[in-house]
Design a protein around this ligand. Sequence first.
Ligand code: SME
Length: 154
Amino acid sequence: MNNLGIQTSYDLAIQEIELLIKSDSNSLAVLGNVISNIHFKFKFFWTGIYIVEGDELVLHVFQGPVACTRIAYGKGVCGTAWRDQRTVIVPDVHQFEGHIACSSESKSEVVIPVFKDGKVIAVLDVDSDKPDAISNDDAVFLEEVAKLISKVLS
Ligand code: SME
């Protein structure tokens, strides 16, 4: 269950995302729908993808307020998840040294690396406007989503 008490079937959500991915061959169109699906189903504050380009992450499809366009390797929660090649759950963004605040309304966050051929090619970033809103179940679900996103990204 979600830390906000939202009862969502992760299995059903994965099935929906698989259908969205099968529905079209245009990666931008498909990923836009995938991010929208997660964002509104789980009532997140910000949901999006950053793509690895050289030594930076560059903003890709997202739902939510305007966000930072570029994040350096190892910087912020996103750059840390990229460098450490692991999911980073941040229950309180104010306690994470180096957190990059794109919006002061973001209170908790999770970042999941997207792997292709063993390399991080992108990260999936999800923010909540409530503290401690991301459960371990959410993270496991989002790791599954990241695997599906990897299939779409070239
Ligand atoms: N908070 C992130 C930056 C991206 S925004 O949350 C959309 C970070 O510290 O990397």
